[in-house]
Design a protein around this ligand. Structure first.
Ligand code: XMP
Length: 522
């Protein structure tokens, strides 16, 4: 996004775990904001972004340590309102001539209550009104401010933070010790709302406006060339395809790779919607034989993932080669993938699973990238999808992994097992929908287990597969908890699966959270 086309707020990231939540709260207020790691923020950079206000995030370091992160000193002369959160508050104090101390008695973690001081502050409009005269906030700090910088006053205190809310109202510098962006500061959004109002934001970041601008930008970028897009049926690639189609029409060709590991009727639904209802050019690549052939006899999860990932690239390339003049590849990259995070550990993290994606494609194929969702968070992508007329049922779909049912079929994959799995999964999802639970659940699916168990149906003995139902709640898939279905629901679902799906005679429910489990079984 061209930062000049909207009011922009700059968030300087000092490495807090929750910096993205600051951006979420601001975007909810229709404020366009960008997160930049403190290492990259020079005054030249700030002037190029031309922010109307700045937020300093929290961070894990201590400003009392020599060499710890700072903001450029000149930023305080730039003339826009600044809000410092936690470490950001301490950076402000330290750089503006106050004092921060660490050591015994300075730390405070978890829930705390802030009391107002006598003086009034515009930033606190709507606070301290519920009769208790105090506000619950979330604290997570090791150090605290010990002496205010010149010009600052105290507007709120907590038992562990005598300077919980401070400000220099004349310069519109605000600095708080707690985290207003987290859920556990129930009235925190009001502070952000007040801050952007005081900074004069118009709230001009809406999906309707974004759609128009994005369309113009895509037209500009693509010109007369051709774009190809790997359509997975997931929300991101679907919204990206719909948006690019609106911009350049038939200059877009989508390839839907059918690897034989899709859910019941999935290929028909996705291809049908995009090709028949939305008039996109969609190639339905029927490559089931290829994928299932190569997976024959393979049971190791990482080997499965690598085979599928490699074949996917080969297949996509094969179809793309047949499209004349393709110069661009569309990808549904989202803002959380783009934000360069501040890393303090520096070490490589462990690979738990090699994720299937098409990240390596552009270099391999010599294509330029179109990434029209790069500035958006997931819920903004959904809002844009609605704006573009994608059906609500499509936009609210649970995520589905690239390797598909392969990773829900531990052990060897056979066509028979896939067939049983597809039917069981369809019954399970139907149950969830019938009970009105689909939208409460982040993701739900069946895994078919590599064991057969003995049962009795009618007067006969059965020896069929066992399956596991999985349903989790999550915000981003990074952590998850199992969904607490009622026993009645589970009993009814087990009965339906066993009655309606030949090949399964035992149903279990997976109650593992993530961590220690993962959402998928492989
Ligand atoms: P795990 O199993 O790692 O999954 O807890 C977290 C989320 O990621 C999805 N997932 C994938 N998505 N390609 C994808 O596009 C993959 O290879 C892949 N593996 C897991 C999973 O469904 C869950 O939503």
């Amino acid at each position: 996004m061209d930062s000049t086309s909207h009011d922009t707020l700059l968030i300087i990231d000092f490495g807090s775990q929750v910096t993205q939540l600051i951006a979420r709260r601001l975007r909810e207020l229709n404020v366009y904001c960008e997160i930049h790691p403190y290492q990259t923020v020079t005054m030249e950079h700030v002037r190029a972004i031309a922010p109307k206000a700045i937020v300093f995030s929290g961070g894990p370091d201590s400003v009392t340590r020599e060499g710890s992160p700072r903001a450029p000193q000149e930023i305080f002369e730039y003339g826009v309102p600044i809000l410092g959160i936690c470490y950001g508050q301490q950076v402000m104090m330290q750089q503006l001539g106050g004092r921060v101390v660490s050591g015994e008695g300075t730390a405070e973690f978890g829930r705390a209550y802030v009391q107002p001081s006598d003086a009034r502050l515009d930033l606190l409009q709507g606070w301290f009104l519920d009769g208790t005269g105090r506000e619950q906030v979330w604290m997570s700090h090791g150090d605290h401010v010990d002496a205010l910088a010149p010009g600052f006053e105290v507007f709120g205190t907590s038992p562990g933070a005598p300077f919980a809310i401070t400000a220099d109202p004349a310069r519109q510098f605000y600095a708080v010790q707690f985290h207003p962006e987290v859920h556990h500061t129930p009235n925190g959004a009001t502070l952000y709302e007040n801050f952007v109002r005081l900074a004069g934001f118009k709230g001009d970041w809406t999906m309707g406006a974004y759609r128009e601008e994005a369309v113009a930008r895509i037209r500009d970028q693509i010109g007369d060339s051709h774009v190809i897009c790997a359509l997975s049926g997931g929300v991101d690639s679907s919204v990206a395809a719909a948006l690019i189609h609106e911009a350049v029409g038939d200059q877009l060709t989508c390839v839907f790779v059918d690897h034989g590991l899709l859910r019941l009727n999935e290929a028909e639904e996705v291809v049908g919607m995009f090709r028949d209802h939305m008039n996109l050019q969609v190639i339905h690549a029927q490559e089931q034989e290829l994928f299932l052939g190569k997976l024959d006899g393979v049971s190791d999860p990482e080997t499965k993932r690598k085979i599928i990932g490699g074949l996917f690239i080969d297949v996509f390339q094969k179809y793309a080669d047949g499209i004349d003049g393709a110069e661009f590849l569309a990808q549904g990259t989202l803002y959380p993938d783009v934000i360069e995070s501040v890393s303090f550990s520096g070490g490589p993290s462990v690979t738990i699973k090699s994720h299937h994606n098409v990240g390596g494609l552009p270099e391999k194929m010599g294509l330029k990238l179109v990434e029209p969702l790069r500035e958006l968070f997931k819920d903004e992508v959904r809002a844009l999808g609605r704006e573009l007329g994608l059906p609500a049922s499509f936009i609210g779909r649970h995520p589905f992994p690239g390797p598909g049912l392969a990773i829900r079929c531990p052990g060897e994959i056979t066509r028979q097992k896939l067939d049983i799995l597809r039917k069981a999964d369809a019954v399970y999802i139907d149950q969830i929908r019938r009970h009105g639970l689909y939208d409460e659940i982040w993701q739900a699916f069946v895994a078919i287990l590599p064991v057969r168990t003995v049962g009795v149906m009618g007067d006969g003995r059965t020896y069929d597969y066992a399956c596991a139902l999985r349903a989790v709640t999550s915000v981003d898939g990074m952590t998850a908890d199992y969904y607490p279905f009622s026993h009645d629901f589970l009993g009814e679902t087990a009965t339906r699966i066993i009655n309606e799906v030949k090949g399964i005679n035992r149903v279990t429910y997976d109650i593992t959270s993530k961590p220690p489990g993962t959402i998928e079984w492989e």
